[in-house]
Design a protein around this ligand. Structure first.
Ligand code: PMP
Length: 352
């Protein structure tokens, strides 16, 4: 380490790998199996590149209005960011400033802990129940805020709205953030509860159900008071974090409801077929309302299976360093054809 003052010692966060082979089946980072909507691609084709000499919009009013129309809310109930990762980081900076620890599940999106550490926010991880469900009773304690993904990741398990409503009631003096990154794959959003609970913030992304992971757009929905605080954080940190092209393409994505409904229903259908097939092969599969499944095979050597899949350029997510998940794979749902090929490879391995 250099002999100068003030340098922070920090290990890098390692997101899922991004391998790049022409013949690969990439089902390791929960991207959408299908392309963005034809309208998005058309907007891209006709985008006026000359406009890029100007800074992007600070308010992102165009996208907010498109979202407000979709959800029947007001445009001042949205804040837009560079992926929901950025929005979640803004939420932590904006709302988690008390001395009490914030609470999030002990098996959940890995970034929560990373940001809490980065921003020096005290936290407690709340263990999941034996069946991997969230233990909501354990959240009824002194806390500086709550962060829960619904459905949870990487379990894929979805909790019904009344459970979230009880959580909101029992924690009315702290902000509760519900990260709904995967809500469009079979769950029901708690957005309607925003009217009733001034402590609720819902976070969404265009990376999963909108098939735009490479574009980096996410947003928070809440009451105008909390949104204003988020806007202040955003403008103090990076007011132009949403680029002009991304905003334009996202508006087209919001307006392509029918297309997205269709592909996301298709993904749910493929998920159910794939989960059924996994069960037939002896895998244990957690109930999922996402575009992935968490699964393990009690009799298989999962490390060897992981290597076998990699050799054939099939990339799934493996968690060898997590005690409770070390035998599990998280497998994103690809196209029918891809999942058929994956099934064949799993069969081959189990027959050895
Ligand atoms: N929340 C959860 C639960 C996620 O799994 C992810 C993506 N892996 C995100 C948020 C962030 O998504 P993005 O930054 O692409 O919007």
């Amino acid at each position: 380490m250099m002999q100068v003052k003030g340098i922070r010692s920090i290990s890098p966060y390692v997101p899922g790998e991004q391998p790049n082979f022409s013949d690969m089946i990439k089902i390791n980072t929960n991207e959408n199996a299908y392309p963005p909507s034809p309208a998005v691609l058309d907007t891209l084709k006709h985008f006026d590149g000359k406009s890029l000499s100007r800074y992007s919009s600070i308010s992102n009013q165009k996208l907010k209005e498109a979202l407000a129309k979709k959800y029947h809310l007001q445009s001042n109930q949205f804040v837009i960011g560079n992926g929901s990762d950025e929005i979640l980081a803004f939420c932590m900076l904006a709302f988690f400033n008390s001395k009490e620890p914030i609470l999030f599940p002990d098996i959940t999106y890995g970034f929560y802990k990373v940001w809490a550490d980065l921003f020096h926010i005290p936290y407690q991880e709340v263990p999941l129940k034996q069946d991997f469900r969230i233990n909501f009773e354990d959240y009824n304690r002194f806390n500086g805020g709550i962060l829960i993904p619904n459905p949870n990741a990487p379990t894929g398990i979805y909790e019904e709205s009344p459970t979230i409503e009880t959580l909101l009631k029992n924690n009315s003096d702290s902000v509760v953030i519900i990260d709904e990154a995967y809500i469009d794959f079979g769950g029901v959003s708690v957005i309607p509860l925003i009217e009733k609970y001034p402590n609720l913030v819902v976070v969404h992304t265009f990376s999963k159900s909108r098939s735009l992971a490479g574009l980096r757009i996410g947003y928070a929905i809440s009451n105008p008071n909390l949104i204003q605080v988020l806007e202040s954080i955003k403008s103090s940190f990076n007011p132009y974090s949403v680029d002009t092209l991304s905003e334009e393409l996202s508006v087209s994505a919001v307006e392509s409801q029918t297309y997205y409904l269709e592909i996301n229903q298709k993904i749910q259908h493929t998920r159910e077929l794939f989960a059924h097939k996994l069960n037939q092969l002896g895998f244990v599969v957690l109930p999922s309302k996402t575009n992935f499944v968490l699964t393990t095979h009690p009799k298989a050597d999962m490390q060897a299976l992981f290597e076998f899949l990699n050799e054939q350029h099939v990339f799934v997510r493996f968690f060898p360093t997590n005690k409770r998940l070390e035998q599990f794979f998280r497998i994103s749902i690809g196209t029918d054809q891809e999942m058929l090929r994956v099934t064949q490879i799993l069969e081959q391995f189990l027959a050895k």
